[in-house]
Ligand binder design. Sequence first.
Ligand code: GUN
Ligand code: FE
Length: 445
Amino acid sequence: MENPTIFKAYRGSFLDFVADPFFVPELDSIRYIPDGLLIVENGKIKEFGSYEHLQPEYPDLEFITYSNKLIVPGFVDLHVHYPQTEMIASDSNQLLDWLDKYTFLTESKFKNLDYSKQIAEFFIDELLKNGTTTAVVLAAVFRESVEAFFEAANQRNLRMIAGKVMMDRHAPEYLLDTAQSSYEDSQKLIEKWHHKNRLLYAVTPRFAITSTPEQLHLAGKLLQEYPDVYLHTHLSENLNEIKFVAELFPDSLDYLQVYEQFGLVGNQSIFAHGIHLSDSEFQRLSETQAAIAFCPTSNLFLGSGLFKLHQAKSKEYPISVALATDVGGGTSFSLLQTASEAYKVTHLQGQNLSGLQALFLATLGGAKALKLDDKIGNFDICKEADFVVLNPQATPLLTLRTQGKIPAQTREEIADLIFALIILGDDRAVAATYILGEQAYIRNA
Ligand code: GUN
Ligand code: FE
């Protein structure tokens, strides 16, 4: 028997991107419909346009109306550690000390399946509460931690990418796998979860320091055997890290070459941070169409440095960049707050990042970095209906700042509204989150 067709429809002000605002005039990159209608059929977008034009075609349609709100595509978090949820905001020196002092011990708890399930649920609740509908997630080294995460994400029909951390050296014994066991565990997880409903797998060596050449070689082998899985790791985040990598891999000319040597750099590769990349590394990332996860709250919190967003978005060697929280190195699950810090990071370098550019990096930019822009990222017909209802009057201060501008009448007004939402907004500005057209989170008034 065929499943019955389920229709859902939503009326409100919609904003999404149809082009990259770093490369076209930004007001031309958006699609803003002050009074729009979104019709969802079995979780996918069937129709999208102005209410005035579409409604007559569906005279009997029932719809939910969001007044004085702004509906945008679900946010994408391009790099986040779910086992680090409980250690967010832990004070320490920079990256390597922070890993030693808190991270490894915390991640050791994720050998336990029940504990992993509990935190996976908490983590997903937190994502949805912040409007994040897709994330690229590191689990821990233990297979159980990945099982728990995928199980929880699958139950909620989420489009998620995750993987088992591979690490076979330079970490406490209790957290190490071996090259062979990491290969076999990853293989089993890929077979079980990759393309199960909306889930996808990322081969996830933690970073060059914690993997032997043999393990990186086997990570490359996995990518060859399963050509459409992702590669997800850290790259060039911290100066002491880079120094140590150079000692461990003396034959590599730079950090990126370590990964290149093992066949880990391609158009499905996601590298977190990339703070201290050379011009040559930027160029090679551009040529291979790999993506960088820009994690401003983490980079500021851990004192890693300022990501050169404008070099990454150069016309000559453009790189696919999207925003990421990097919790627990990052300090917030909110992509709005993350965008706000991204703005400040560019300002410290004498550059500017507009509100619309930042919102692009949290939506269509994330979908493009994942090469999933045929499935998510905006309101194009046939895409999966994951979206967020933002409330520009979520707080008294936001109300004061945005009064009289909702719904925005012009593109300039919408750009200003988005900027204010990014700088002042957080989870309170997320009124509801929808997954495949179904309400997955609603904020209590
Ligand atoms: N590099 C290797 N592991 C980590 C981690 O857990 N967090 C961050 N921010 N960087 C890393
Ligand atoms: Fe990280």
